[in-house]
Write a protein that binds this ligand. Structure first.
Ligand code: SMG
Ligand code: MG
Length: 371
């Protein structure tokens, strides 16, 4: 297989509700899609998970485009006819970092390859179920009343688990109110996106009585030792997101006692092949994992839902229905059925890319030179 055409589609989709985290507020899903065509005419699509600004992690969209064009794509082209998804990580390894840029490229190659082989992502990755329970990530709100109303709506829709975004000043009270209002059976967890320091350990311990499933990434991404120390103080299990960018990181974090749960986000770790390795490391260590999200459109959501169907994904993920994010998605919408999303079964991503909607949402198209 060889790349015959490669283009970046910059798209902008308004979010149905702004999404506020400890590092900023998103009003739109602003990203680019990669569309690859092979010499045999198979298409591969993928969605970049980076954001316009380097606030979630050090990657950002314009940087991802540059590293793709100038450093990653030339290394893939050097493979010539020998291109296949399993060769991508080694070909790109000389370029340090940039997992989200690597992820979008590897995913487009894998999609094209699987379409050619008439195999779905789920089948390829090792999915063992045909539907996955859906959780929903609820942003920081202006008022507790607003939060309660959103959580109540999501539960009425059937979501199986609620994740509250927290930050200093928006933590104990929202958690207390949601727990009291919706009861002890609600699966509830929080995500701080690195907003605390180890000096907050006693404060965070006050979340313990609310029986949270986990607290996600309370401390800085490079603070594994701090997370290990915090885990000694908290009864709430510590889950890592930003800190884990590879299977080696996962093994290290587990060995240090820095986490007892892992949020697996394929984009954060360079792609689905590494994401599956993290799953395998976690399963071997008895550590539960769940699938994270980056407000993806259907194009990025489809393979995430497939990954979430692997056996170690024992907790509901941030894999929500299309209408939690957008009025119109770039694929036929992912819909909740009894609180679950169906794992796509068609070849590759397994869902149709609605090219007319993509066209409508496109703000720029950049063809990547192949010479
Ligand atoms: O895709 O539903 C989603 C968003 C899930 O909370 C979510 N993602 O740290 O886990 C996380 C955040 C990062 C994305 S913020 C744009
Ligand atoms: Mg997170």
């Amino acid at each position: 297989m060889r790349i015959a055409h490669l283009e970046l589609r910059w798209v902008k989709l308004p979010l149905v509700t702004p999404f506020r985290t400890s590092f900023g507020t998103a009003h739109d899903r602003d990203t680019f899609l990669l569309r690859l065509v092979t010499d045999e005419g198979f298409e591969g699509w993928a969605e970049c998970a980076a954001e316009p600004e380097p606030l979630y992690s050090e990657e950002f969209l314009a940087g991802a485009e540059m590293v793709l064009r100038d450093h990653l794509v030339p290394r893939l082209l050097a493979l010539g006819d020998a291109l296949s998804a399993t060769r991508v990580p080694t070909a790109l390894a000389p370029v340090k970092g940039h997992p989200m840029a690597k992820h979008v490229l590897e995913t487009a190659v894998l999609d094209a390859e699987l379409r050619a082989a008439d195999m779905s992502f789920g089948r390829y990755l090792g999915a063992v179920v045909d539907r996955v329970p859906a959780g929903v990530s609820v942003g920081i709100m202006d008022t507790i009343d607003e939060l309660v109303s959103h959580v109540s709506d999501y539960l009425a829709q059937g979501y199986r688990r609620i994740k509250l975004k927290i930050e200093p000043g928006w933590d104990l009270e929202p958690v207390r109110v949601v727990r009291e209002k919706f009861g002890d059976d609600l699966l509830l967890q929080v995500d701080a996106n690195t907003a605390y320091t180890l000096a907050d350990a006693q404060h965070l311990a006050r979340l313990d009585p609310f029986d949270l499933l986990l607290i996600e990434q309370p401390l800085a991404e490079d603070d594994l030792r701090g997370h290990a120390a915090l885990a000694e103080v908290l009864r709430t299990p510590v889950c890592l997101d930003e800190s884990i960018t590879s299977a080696r990181d996962a093994a290290t974090a587990i060995a240090l006692g820095a986490c007892s749960v892992i949020n697996v986000k394929p984009a954060r770790v360079g792609g689905y092949l590494e994401a599956r390795r993290i799953h395998d490391v976690a399963v071997a260590n008895g550590v539960p994992v769940w699938c994270g999200g980056m407000l993806e459109t259907g194009i990025g959501r489809a393979p995430n839902v497939a990954l979430a169907a692997l056996p170690g994904f024992v907790m509901p993920g941030d894999t929500s229905a299309s209408d939690r994010y957008f009025t119109t998605d770039l694929t036929p919408p992912f819909v909740l059925d009894d609180g679950h999303l169906a794992v796509p079964t068609g070849p590759g991503l397994g869902v149709e890319v609605l090219t007319d909607v993509v066209e409508e949402m496109t703000t720029a198209t950049h063809t990547i030179p192949l010479t």
